[in-house]
Design a protein. Sequence first.
Length: 406
Amino acid sequence: MKKIFAVILSAGVGFAIASWVVSNRLATRHAEQLALQQTAWQSERVVLQSALEEAKARAQTSALPKVSPPAAAPTAPTKLSPAEIVAKLFALKSAPANQTRAGRQAIYWLEELIAAGPVALPAIRDFLNRNEDIDFAPASQGKGGRGTSVDFILPLSLRFGLFDAARQIGGAEAEKLLAEVLGATGRGVEVAWLARALQEMAPNKYRAVALAAARELLARPLSTTPSSPIDRNERDQLFSVLTLYGDTSYVGAAEAQLLRADGELDRSALRYLQQSLGQQAVPIAAQWYSDLRITDPGKKEPLARLALNYVGTDTQANEFYQKAINDLALSKDHRRNLIEDLNQDGFPDTRNLTARDLPLIQNRIALIEQLAPNAADPVNAAAFKEAYKDLLKMRDRVTRPPQPAP
């Protein structure tokens, strides 16, 4: 019994020991596996946290409004100096004549020069002292007038554009600059423009300078080959300066210059005499009409036309006029025009007749009634008839003006 009990006890102890060994091994293995799992989990957790942080960052970035990088501020165009602007203007010399684009550029740069103000005056003076120029305006713009208008859109030339820029800038320095050019220029058209501009800026201050310049240039030989189209009416321009100031001191010289060396009448001098003397110029015209040095009858017509302006108001004018229209040496066209223009020459404004014009209208109607029956030829007779019809209409316009509509 004791042996059996000892065997069972030994077996139990062995089993317990074996179980403890096995259990101990399993616990060790389990601990190792758990440690591996924990290590793997820690690694995976780090990766997951990193991914989560990146996702959050992307979400925040996409939620914010997109802001473009600031654009570079536009660079303001660099302003040209007045000297550079003048150089730009003179460079237009190479552009084709009368080119529209060149004209627009000239206007633009001149406005820029004006906008620069008084600081532009030295550059303007420097260029004017060079006595260079380029024409801008069409040739026709420099032909017709008896004086050059101070105001224009496109200047006649670069010099005129610079004159006007100085005038627009204004001030004592600009006035001085223009006066300097007035006293030094040798161009009649410039004298006329500058005299008018300075008269506006400082009335009568430069009268003596302007008159002296005009007289000096009028006394020089007449140029038959002007350097520019705008110089073609130079004598008209110069005489207009004398007229501007009401100066009659050149009357004697103008009368002496009436007959040019080429046998033509100086119509500029004749106009000056008419503007300065009025109807007192009629005897001078009548005297020259009979001058034997004028051999071409056609060249006498301007003298008779001067008298036409005073026909109906002056006895001498009536007598001289009758002599001229009955002079069959004059062409038919000249005689016809002298008669038919009785309805035109001598009236201040034929489009706006007033009661002041009525005496002249009546006097000319009476003159035609006197002369027409003894017309020199059919040409004169037909011309009298035409002028008479027009003068009757003019009288009706004054005495029976149209009534306003009710």
